[in-house]
Design a protein around this ligand. Structure first.
Ligand SMILES: NC(=O)c1ccc[n+]([C@@H]2O[C@H](COP(=O)([O-])OP(=O)(O)OC[C@H]3O[C@@H](n4cnc5c(N)ncnc54)[C@H](O)[C@@H]3O)[C@@H](O)[C@H]2O)c1
Length: 447
């Protein structure tokens, strides 16, 4: 078991820290956001993630998990330091590495003995070597300022990308498909196996690579999934035009194990904090390397277009959207999370408001987040905890995110609440026949 520090206590850092503590490591989670740290210390978990709260409190109670805003002690007390800070997109789509650089330089300022420095954030190919350079640069500054024995301080770098899915993050971290460890140091790789000992002895595949491959694996995985989603969205759009039903198509092609049934669900386009930014960052890398990724490029374009197709579908069905009142169920980018980053609901609702509609929205956990995202148009939006209250007196219902509680609506009640019985089911969660038998006009994707 190891002494571990995690820098960045967001979706990835908090889940990783809590789960690594549950594996028996002693973990300190650090964040520069003091308010966040104080909340977690009081037992308030800042994100909605099933199972996370229990695992955090369980490990705090046995003293294996601590939270702080001070990196100094955390670094000196740990042998393994994970960097799990954000890597948001820059204007040109490339990844902003400023948080990773700050974290790396802070490590360089404070290390006092051998450390394994691990990039857990999703970072462009070549970043592990940059982290090494930033740490060395800080060590050199310490030497230049007269500090003794700094040249004796050794460290290794590991690239250990994270594949957890929000909404199932704890489950994914505890039962990963694989652990990727990119490093040029056998010693560091062995320490990483020790950190993940519970998984290693359970025969989780450990894939050992160089830095570049480890970094590439994460981008290739996310880009492949994004391509798969854009592919099925375009097939769905074509199905609509030619009289095919995409549900039948996906059921049949998904049975082919070479294709697989996962990520074959058409909808309003992918969103979230990873696919949009990671596909664009990979395109920047491809551009810099003069090695085009035209398939990924097309997937990104198709994803943007998918939202316009949905907006046009709503407008074509309802006519002039000026002064229409619409209800929207589901705002987070997918169910079981309150994460609104790049959620399709943002683009769709903004467009509907721009066309003059008033929107009643409901979501089981993302309403507070949503208020920030819609701060500029909040006078056109009404927020409801209860989904039926949101529907009351609206011209149509639009289901954007497929939370379980929206899969079994009381249609008699819905019909009595809507001004005109019209449903846009952007996730194909209902069967057309049943909805139409209940007297609704039903618009789905690809049918
Ligand atoms: N969210 C996911 O599902 C997911 C999955 C896999 C990989 N990733 C990657 O993991 C990384 C983190 O993503 P996230 O969703 O957890 O981000 P996040 O924004 O939720 O969390 C990042 C945290 O880092 C903190 N931070 C920034 N600079 C810091 C510093 N110098 N010292 C200490 N704390 C600092 C921020 O205050 C914030 O709390 C990104 O690179 C992302 O692409 C995310």
């Amino acid at each position: 078991m190891a002494f571990v520090t995690i820098i960045g206590t967001g979706y990835v850092g908090l889940v990783s820290g809590a789960c690594l503590a549950d594996f028996g490591n002693t973990v300190i989670c650090v964040d520069i956001d003091n308010e966040k740290i104080e909340c977690i210390k009081k037992g308030i978990i800042p994100i909605y993630e099933p199972g996370l709260s229990d695992i955090v409190s369980r490990n705090i109670a046995v003293n294996r998990l601590k939270f702080t805003n001070s990196l100094t002690n955390a670094v000196s007390e740990s042998e393994v330091i994970f960097i799990a800070v954000g890597t948001p997109p820059l204007e040109d789509g490339g990844a902003d590495l400023s948080h990773v650089e700050n974290a790396s330089r802070s490590i360089g300022k404070f290390i006092n003995s051998y450390k394994v420095i691990v990039t857990k954030s999703t970072v462009p190919i070549g970043t592990a070597k940059k982290v090494k350079h930033w740490v060395e640069d800080e060590l050199k500054k310490r030497t230049d300022s007269g500090e003794s024995k700094v040249s004796d301080l050794k460290f290794d770098i590991v690239s250990n990308p994270e594949f957890l899915r929000e909404g199932a993050a704890v489950q994914d971290f505890m039962h990963p498909d694989r652990i990727v460890i990119g490093s040029d140091s056998e010693h560091a790789k062995n320490i990483m196996k020790n950190v993940y000992r519970s998984l290693y002895i359970n025969e989780t595949p450990f894939i050992e690579t160089n830095f570049e491959s480890a970094e590439m694996i994460k981008y290739a995985a996310n880009s492949f999934l994004a391509v798969k989603i854009s592919f099925i969205n375009e097939i769905a759009n074509l199905c609509e035009k030619i009289g095919a039903d995409v549900n039948d198509v996906t059921k049949a092609i998904g049975r082919d194990i070479r294709i697989g049934s996962k990520f074959l669900h058409p909808g309003p386009g992918y969103g979230g904090s990873c696919f949009p930014k990671d596909t664009r960052a990979l395109l920047c890398t491809a551009n810099d390397a003069n090695s085009p990724l035209t398939v990924v490029e097309s997937a990104v374009k198709a994803n943007e277009e998918q939202k316009n197709i949905i907006i046009n579908k709503i407008e074509n069905a309802l006519g002039n959207l000026n002064n229409k009142k619409l209800s929207v169920l589901g705002l987070s980018f997918k169910p079981e999370t309150n994460d609104m980053r790049d959620a399709p609901s943002i683009t769709i609702i903004n467009a509907l408001v721009k066309k003059g509609s008033i929107i009643n929205v409901s979501d089981p956990v993302a309403l507070d987040e949503a208020k920030n995202y819609f701060s500029k148009i909040n006078n056109s939006i009404n927020y409801f905890k209860n989904e039926y209250e949101a529907m009351s007196g609206t011209d149509a219902l639009i289901i954007i995110t497929e939370w379980n509680q929206y899969r079994n609506l009381d249609f008699a009640l819905v019909k009595s609440l809507l001004k005109t019985p019209t449903i846009f089911d952007l996730r194909n969660i209902y069967k057309r026949k049943i909805i139409e038998e209940n007297g609704f006009k039903y618009y789905a994707v690809g049918q």
